[in-house]
Design a binder for this molecule. Sequence first.
Ligand code: PHE
Length: 369
Amino acid sequence: MSAPNKEYDPVEVSALDPAAIDAALSAAVAAIAAASDLDELKAVRIAHAGDRSALALANREIGALPPAAKAEAGQRVGKARGLLKKALEERQVQLEEDRDVRVLVAEAVDVTLPVDRAQVGARHPLSTISERLADVFVAMGYEVAEGPEIEAEWFNFDALNIAPDHPARTMQDTFFVESPDSGVVLRTHTSPVQIRALLERDLPVYVVCPGRVFRTDELDATHTPVFHQIEALVVDEGITMADLKGTLDHLAASVFGEGLVTRLRPSYFPFTEPSAELDLQCFACRGASVNNPDAPCRTCSSEGWIEWGGCGMVNPRVLEACGVDSERYSGFAFGMGLERTLMFRHDITDMRDMVEGDIRFSAAFGMEG
Ligand code: PHE
């Protein structure tokens, strides 16, 4: 800032020279017009309207003028600054509009275009759980065995010691192919694969058989006429029920969590002796909900155990039917439903979800292997 000059001499205060102010204003206006985007305009604003711009300096000089000159100089500089401010504002609005138009064009999305992204599919969770269970056995050295879904009655019943008058043989449970005396059925369980495995293989036999089975049940929340089981059969020398129990506990821990055990309850199957119902310790509460109204468990209905399948020591009559020396060999077998296993593992409450083929159900399981 110049030193105060007592007598006003406009020549001495060059910043306030009217021609200089006009020149500063027209230079600023030209620069504003030349700014082609918002960044350039920002630079123009700093150069022509910033603290060090010619007009800002002139404004500051006013204070040093004698009172008589202040008004005129103030008016001139103020007008110039006002015009500059207006020009900046107008250009700012204009350049923002230009930018918005450019962005709209550049980022336009045609929402009516067809989607060309391929939908990623999902595996059905029954396939996944079937393989998950079978893998546990393969890791123990078992082979995976398969058998036909359309099965001879002899394999499905007779060879398994299910007498002709056994209730399971009536029309109520069994789908017959053609007529009831055709001797051909849709297999009602995976146990006929036990017979095929014993007839086809050399001893010892360690097999696991996952597969589809059929029973004449109505489809509802807890039944389906087409469902899946997984069966295991071991026939070797010296096999005892302790081997069965150890295998089941290993399976339970592998699929549902470390330390989880199974429980056997006396039961009856014609093809095993002794036979047992197989329960799985509830993996959700591990028994903590039993007699504990404060902490009820949905998964096991506060029972602590979940019915999982059937098992037992292979009935010597079955071994003999397959030509196995039942004095020398013994074995165990067990089987369980895959739908049930999946239902309590994933808290699925309606069995129909698993069979109706709505991909929204399986998609939730993704591609887990
Ligand atoms: N096959 C029996 C069923 O479907 C289950 C089972 C398998 C029982 C093996 C004992 C041994 O109910």
